[in-house]
Design a protein around this ligand. Structure first.
Ligand code: ADP
Ligand code: ADP
Length: 226
């Protein structure tokens, strides 16, 4: 796990108005920060720069004590958790979680130890033989997080993970993500355009407008001083 530091981050596409305009945010180790704002405010661009999928025009980005401006995505040790969970339907829960460890060539013993530990934390230990198709949405979300946990990623990044779900399910998944984030204590950055999500999920909310960081505060502070 690690802190993420954004210092005067600017992103210009071509020579238009900056999509991200001088944004500075210190995200503490273990903190859950929400990036919120209307469509086009620059939140996805900011997330993609953190992951390394988009070049930074100027500014400095740190993960822990490493400057990562020029690091490839695979060298940043971050885990994107996707909306569709990107699980392999033909593999069991066990093999879905084990997948990154198999790719890294870890021994069967090591794989087994890590998968069992993660599945215990995520309360998936009774479902290890099942296929993703037979799981609830919440369980699938946990398998996707399990895959990130066994990799020992420094942070979780979510890009609008709940936007296609109905309101009831969205509420359940919100609770689930907030609970797991706290239990795992993993630094988390979560992008949404949904105000309710922003106000109920994280430790702090970063409000973006036309590329500018307008507010950076706890949900309570935002309620009291909107
Ligand atoms: P959000 O995620 O808040 O909807 P984006 O980060 O996607 O906002 O976009 C911020 C601004 O940057 C918008 O004006 C958008 O049109 C522009 N933009 C995003 N991606 C590109 C791109 N690949 N090329 C040019 N402009 C882009
Ligand atoms: P649980 O609380 O047991 O983890 P969920 O809240 O995830 O269950 O799921 C509740 C219901 O919504 C289940 O019937 C599940 O199949 C369905 N569901 C879960 N994820 C999705 C999704 N992404 N799209 C549509 N329906 C879903």
């Amino acid at each position: 796990m690690a802190a993420i530091t954004l210092k005067n981050i600017v992103k210009k596409y071509g020579d238009g108005f900056p999509a991200v305009n001088d944004v500075s945010i210190d995200i503490a180790d273990g903190e859950f920060v929400i990036l919120v704002g209307p469509s086009g405010c620059g939140k996805s661009t900011l997330l993609r720069m953190i992951v390394g999928l988009e070049d930074i025009t100027s500014g400095e980005m740190m993960i822990g004590d490493r400057k990562v401006n020029d690091l490839a995505p695979r060298d940043r040790n971050l885990a994107m958790v996707f909306q569709n969970y990107a699980l392999y339907p033909h593999l069991s829960v066990y093999e879905n979680i084990a997948f990154p460890l198999r790719l890294a060539g870890e021994s069967d013993d090591e794989v087994d130890r890590k998968v069992r530990e993660a599945s215990k934390t995520l309360e998936l230990d009774e479902h290890l033989d099942r296929k993703p198709g037979n799981l609830s949405g919440g369980q699938r979300q946990r398998v996707a997080m399990g895959r990130a946990i066994v990799r020992e990623a420094d942070a979780f990044l979510f890009d609008e993970p709940l936007s296609n779900l109905d309101a009831k399910l969205r509420g359940q998944m919100r609770t689930e993500i907030a609970r797991l984030q706290k239990r795992l204590g993993i630094t988390t950055v979560y992008v949404t355009h949904d105000q309710t999500e922003a106000m109920t999920l994280g430790d702090r909310v970063a409000v973006l407008k036309r590329g500018l960081l307008q507010q950076l505060a706890t949900p309570r502070e935002l309620y009291e001083n909107p």
